[in-house]
Design a protein around this ligand. Structure first.
Ligand SMILES: [Zn+2]
Length: 288
């Protein structure tokens, strides 16, 4: 049986202010996490780039959306090369993610970044009592453009979103992102000025590869004197369990009894790759 994916090192999530508290920022480093998933789930470079961007975005969104969630689910279902891509994060820094076309090697890209195509971005924020779901249409472009559009249209917070994952032949060498938002009393032009400056920068993946998350932060906000307020680890964690897979198969078998024809049924978690095997006798025992 495959065990759960465990990355040797954690990633990090850092939060702070800049420009004398006119801006707030969140900076995510998911490099060790996406490299662990790439190796464990045998992702193509393109799939690793798309999933790494989604993981970084989900981790950052747990800190940025209005209705403070305990858990955040970000799922893009589009016509792009990756199909459905999903990332889940919670406020304890746990992350997991899956990509439908994990071997994708061709299809719509822009400078090596997979495009999401047309479809839907679904964002679910779960608190202990409630769950809020937003759906926005994909607007073309990659993950960063669609996350910025979600924050703008659904949360009414204009945001600068930078995401980057660098995949080299030897593996993923950098991955993460930065989201910057203007706080309510900010100079109304400050974010637009910043966005114009960010457009001139090399890509986030290049900045992360050259200087790590600190290099990305300094390139983007160095002149605005960023001040760090909080830092927390990000770790891979999957809460799949055998019992839930078992009851799922049992309920499927009620309409598709052929599922139980084999001596053994194996299922694999599409997030962490853990495999669960069920003997037919075990599955039929509770089916009436
Ligand atoms: Zn799992």
């Amino acid at each position: 049986m495959n065990g759960p994916l465990l990355s040797k090192e954690p990633g990090s999530l850092r939060l702070g202010h800049a420009a004398a508290s006119q801006l707030r920022w969140v900076l995510a480093d998911v490099h060790p996490l996406i490299e662990t998933i790439r190796v464990g789930r045998d992702l193509s470079p393109l799939a690793a780039i798309g999933l790494g961007q989604m993981l970084a975005a989900a981790a950052m969104l747990t800190r940025l959306t209005a209705k403070r969630p305990l858990r955040m689910l970000l799922e893009a279902s589009g016509t792009g090369p990756l199909g459905r891509v999903r990332a889940e994060a919670d406020t304890l820094g746990h992350l997991r993610g899956m990509v439908e076309q994990r071997l994708a090697s061709e299809g719509s890209t822009n400078k090596g970044i997979p495009q999401l195509g047309t479809g839907i971005l679904r964002v679910v924020r779960q608190s202990d009592k409630q769950s809020y779901e937003s759906k926005v249409e994909l607007v073309g472009g990659g993950v960063a453009r669609n996350v910025a559009n979600f924050l703008d249209t659904s949360e009414q917070i204009r945001s600068a979103v930078l995401l980057g994952v660098q995949a080299r032949r030897r593996g993923v060498v950098a991955g993460g992102g930065l989201i910057v938002q203007a706080l309510p009393d900010a100079d109304p032009t400050i974010l637009a000025t910043l966005e114009a400056k960010l457009d001139e920068l090399p890509g986030a993946s290049q900045l992360l590869e050259e200087g790590g998350p600190q290099g990305l932060l300094e390139a983007a906000l160095g002149e605005l004197e960023p001040e760090e307020l909080h830092v927390a680890p990000l770790i891979l964690s999957c809460d799949c369990d055998r019992e839930r897979f078992g009851s799922h198969i049992r309920s499927l078998a009620e309409t598709e009894p052929d599922l139980l024809a084999d001596k053994e049924t194996r299922v694999q978690c599409s997030f962490c790759g853990a495999e669960y095997a069920f003997a037919a006798t075990e599955l039929t025992a509770t089916v009436n």
